[in-house]
Write a protein that binds this ligand. Structure first.
Ligand code: ATP
Length: 435
């Protein structure tokens, strides 16, 4: 078959990184090679043609040896115009080089939870969205949820997901759903429902019974303060507990993979300590309420008064139970994995080390560290790139020396030359990272 091929410039419209022939590059990800290019084919887009075109266009002769390692080609996108086919192709190394980590992630149909967390701006959302696309492509009905108050899931999927409900991801024939929970709104809903049903009325109720002495004790319980000026992390805890509540409903039983795109590290750490804190606070409230109720029933038996509403207590009890469930989910090694996302800088890696240590103390299972935005190797580094690369290497060395991090599986994700937005780009990223 006569195939003429040439590498052409990046195609921003499809949002996938690509290289022109002069800068064609082999990307190394965690010792595994991969590369990708855009090509124009005059003939068919059969795998053979793509393979031939790819090999003839993208690598210099000194790289021919390496080229033989690129056996698996996948078409990231393709479209036809007057001049033929225009393709973006990804190639990865021999299957022997491929990390088997993802096989373990997709194994089984019992529900699994993945929480992606790390410092602000390191790529948590992009990686969470790409993992969701990858799971869905592997046949898992998948839900990706953002509980970060500063959402970017909508931007990542290039679709409005801000409704606070589960929405199918547009334009893909995949079992893939996404949801952005507005944590502040979730807290407000909870707060309103509790006070409407008599939550703040616990105090009024006591006053009405002439039990003002209890008020001082109540003021130490911190619940009012908790809802008025919530500690950072409470919003997210309520948001996650809301998702857990959803997930118990039969119509959501289909989801076998649920991914949480969480807020930056500080929030996550506080979130982990919240179930214990709330358990203690709510436990105290409930204990006090019981005492009041027994006092109230004594009064009632004398004066025949009606007792106050217990709905607020029930809501608190339900929140407490959900919090305990969230804590159990976080700590369950069989069903949950917290994936730390970082970038190759000393600051980010130091923070990841602290995060790993805190997660470990909290009993949260962690297996993988994704180092995102690693500069791909190049034959012709500019001065800036050479310095940057050296700097990144220093940070990577830190990972292998760090007692908290070196036991983790380290996965590198390359820095792309275009923004990763929309499903085709996320698929491309996911195929490179989650292997
Ligand atoms: N490997 C990458 N190559 C190039 N750009 C990237 C890569 N990973 C992420 N980005 C870009 O970096 C920006 C931040 O990414 P993202 O929103 O995924 O980070 P985040 O950790 O979720 O941020 P936040 O903490 O603000 O929620 C986005 O513009 C995203 O497209």
């Amino acid at each position: 078959m006569a195939v003429t091929a040439m590498c052409i410039a990046p195609v921003s419209s499809i949002g996938v990184a690509s290289y022109s022939s002069s800068s064609s590059t082999v990307l190394r990800a965690s010792g595994r090679n991969c590369c990708f290019a855009s090509l124009r084919l005059e003939a068919s887009s059969s795998e053979k043609a793509v393979s031939h075109a790819f090999s003839s266009c993208s690598l210099r002769s000194s790289r021919i040896q390496e080229l033989s390692r690129f056996r698996r080609y996948s078409l990231v996108s393709g479209e036809r115009d007057q001049r033929g086919f225009f393709l973006t192709v990804a190639a990865v190394a021999n299957p022997v080089d491929v990390n088997k980590g993802f096989d373990e992630m997709i194994a089984g149909t019992t529900r699994k939870y993945y929480m992606l967390g790390g410092k602000g701006g390191v790529g948590k959302t992009s990686l969470a969205a790409s993992l969701a696309v990858k799971f869905a492509n592997s046949g898992h009905p998948t839900l990706v949820v953002s509980t970060d108050p500063a959402h970017s899931l909508s931007d990542s999927f290039a679709q409005d997901l801000s409704g606070g409900t589960i929405m199918p991801v547009d334009g893909v024939d995949l079992p893939l759903y996404a949801m952005e929970i507005n944590p502040e709104q979730a807290r407000e809903e909870f707060r309103t429902s509790v006070s409407k049903d008599g939550g703040t009325g616990v105090k009024d109720f006591m006053d009405s019974l002439g039990l003002g002495g209890w008020v001082d004790e109540l003021s130490e319980l911190k619940l009012g303060e908790l809802l008025d000026t919530p500690p950072p992390g409470l919003d997210e805890a309520i948001a996650i507990s809301k998702v857990v509540q959803f997930m118990q409903a039969p119509e959501y039983s289909k989801f076998t993979r649920i991914i949480f795109d969480t807020a930056p590290t500080g929030h996550t750490l506080r979130l982990l300590s919240l179930p214990d804190f709330l358990d203690a606070s709510i436990g105290k409230i409930l204990k006090l309420k019981k005492k009041i109720q027994s006092a109230a029933s004594a009064i009632k038996s004398v004066f025949g008064q009606e007792n106050g509403s217990d709905k607020a207590t029930d809501k608190l009890e339900a929140l407490k139970e959900r919090m305990i469930m969230v804590r159990e989910i976080f700590r369950n090694k069989e069903t949950t994995e917290f994936v730390i996302v970082t970038i190759p800088t000393v600051m980010a890696i130091s923070e990841s080390s602290r995060l790993k240590s805190s997660l470990e103390k909290g009993g949260v299972p962690v297996k993988r560290l994704i180092v995102n935005q690693v500069l791909p190797p190049s034959n012709s580094d500019c001065k800036f790139c050479a310095v940057k690369r050296k700097d990144q290497k220093k940070a990577m060395d830190l990972v292998s020396e760090d007692a908290n991090l070196k036991t983790l599986e380290i996965v590198q994700s390359p820095l792309f030359d275009l923004e990763i937005r929309g499903v085709p780009a996320l698929k491309f990223m996911g195929d490179l990272v989650w292997r």
